[in-house]
Write a protein of this length. Structure first.
Length: 347
């Protein structure tokens, strides 16, 4: 006798549902029915991991621009959609067969599911009927009866563990007492007054010049090297504006940076040189443009021109930042020396 496997039985079940839906489509034409939705599912009981077929049949009274069937979020956390099959017999007959896998741990149900019919003027929502899902546990029931408790066994009293514990406590107390006396007799170290180390000023112009000097010795052996080169070149310009103009340039697009520079009335020539470097870097980074070594050298010359213009127009701003940094260092130095003097007095 032929004994189909679980997968074959599921396929036969889906085929039967489709044939049954097709017979209904032939017996009841769309022109004789109002629009409605019907669900088909044969569920005896499910355990964790079982799969079941669930079909939705839709009869429409008119064509719609779109039909939206339920997705995985509509079935709840107990079911997961493994596959879908859609069968549209006519313009007025539509159906969808779900292959569901059950992951629940108690009795539940497939809830009312919405089917949305979308037209240009309105959206109609039809709901399926809920389907109860009995739960079948795979755990074996405990058939054993509880055994009676055994009587408590009386052991003979032993005193030697208590004596050993007292001896150990006494030895530990004597050791701690001796250690405390030795610490008390030790001379207290004289705390030396530490010197204040000021934070050096990071000159944005000097930092940019160092990065450009390093890029001049860059070698290109693959397309990835060009991308790394242009990313470092663009980031060097962006970091300059972050350090000097306090613009979040590393998190901003090139368009946003140029807009912010124009809004702050930054030197127009400096803006143009910024635009020339950043736009070429964006082409390599985002547009997957692969330049040549000659183009990379020209881009580096544009960055050098940016640095020269920045030295001309931004030198007063750099000096202002330097003075503010020195002022903060002086304030920190005074606070540090006051805390050192207070500690020396306490000692």
């Amino acid at each position: 006798m032929f004994n189909p496997s679980p997968l074959n039985r599921r396929s036969l079940h889906v085929t039967a549902l489709i044939l049954f839906a097709g017979i209904l489509f032939q017996l009841f034409p769309a022109s004789l029915q109002a629009q409605n939705v019907t669900e088909y599912a044969k569920i005896d009981s499910l355990s964790v991991g079982d799969r079941v077929s669930y079909a939705i049949t839709l009869s429409k009274d008119q064509p719609y621009e779109e039909v939206i069937f339920p997705d995985s979020s509509s079935f709840g956390s107990s079911f997961e959609i493994r596959s879908l099959q859609r069968f549209q017999v006519t313009e007025f007959k539509d159906s969808l067969v779900y292959d569901l896998q059950f992951f629940g741990t108690e009795e539940t149900r497939i809830p009312e599911l919405p089917v949305k019919l979308v037209s240009s003027n309105d959206t109609t929502v039809l709901y399926t009927n809920p389907v109860p899902v009995p739960f079948r546990t795979v755990l074996q029931s405990d058939q054993e009866t509880l055994r009676p408790l055994k009587p408590i066994f009386d052991f003979a009293a032993a005193w030697w563990p208590y004596i050993v514990a007292l001896l150990l406590l006494g030895a530990a107390a004597w050791y701690l007492y001796k250690l405390y006396n030795e610490k008390a007799l030790e001379p207290k170290p004289v705390k030396k007054k530490q010197a204040y180390s000021p934070t050096p000023f990071q000159d944005p112009l000097h930092r940019l010049g160092n990065i450009l000097s390093q890029l001049k010795g860059y070698t290109f052996s693959s397309e990835k090297d060009f991308e790394v080169f242009y990313v470092n070149l663009g980031d060097a310009i962006r970091e300059y504006f972050e350090d000097l103009y306090r613009i979040p340039a590393l998190e901003s697009t090139s368009r946003e940076i140029l807009y912010e520079l124009s809004r702050r009335s930054v030197d127009s020539e400096l803006i143009e040189k910024t635009k020339a470097v950043l736009q070429e870097a964006d082409m390599v980074k985002f547009a997957k443009f692969t330049p040549t070594e000659e183009q990379a050298e020209k881009a580096l010359k544009k960055a050098d021109a940016f640095l020269e213009r920045a030295r001309e127009v931004d030198k007063p701003r750099v000096e202002h930042l330097r003075r503010k940094h020195q002022q903060k260092n002086e304030e920190k130095r005074k606070a540090f020396e006051e805390s050192q003097n207070s500690e020396v007095e306490r000692v």
